[in-house]
Design a protein around this ligand. Structure first.
Ligand SMILES: [Zn+2]
Length: 126
């Protein structure tokens, strides 16, 4: 899910956010956000502050942010003069439609999963 990773990276880059805002802003499920964070952590330093403040909704609690990568982390820096955040945002804009379709698909999967649970419960009762 490289697009998901890109989106989550752009959101938390030097901007602490709570999990709810991360879900709202990406349209992803907690599992998908968690997966993306796991991937990001393999490349960037991800900071989890238990008593932080979300930059989006202002709620105090667990917030997640990432630090700008250093060369030592093995990350290939974007071209000179182009800040990483702008580069990531450009990628998101280019893949906006794809990200929306991904979010819609994941919501559809969740809806179907709920339906399956409901149906199997009904069958057990019948
Ligand atoms: Zn928040």
């Amino acid at each position: 899910m490289p697009d998901t990773v890109t989106l989550v990276t752009a959101l938390i880059l030097e901007c602490p956010l709570c999990m709810l805002c991360l879900r709202d802003k990406t349209g992803l499920t907690s599992e998908q956000v968690g997966f993306a964070l796991g991937f990001i952590e393999s490349v960037l330093k991800v900071r989890r502050e238990q008593r932080g403040r979300c930059q989006a909704c202002g709620v105090s609690g667990l917030v997640i942010s990432s630090e700008r990568p250093t060369r030592a982390s093995g990350w290939t820096a974007p071209p000179e003069g182009l800040p990483l955040q702008r580069e990531v945002r450009r990628l998101i804009e280019e893949n906006g439609e794809l990200l929306q379709r991904l979010a819609a698909a994941s919501r559809e999967i969740e809806r179907l999963q709920t339906k399956v649970v409901e149906l199997s419960r009904q069958r057990r009762l019948a």
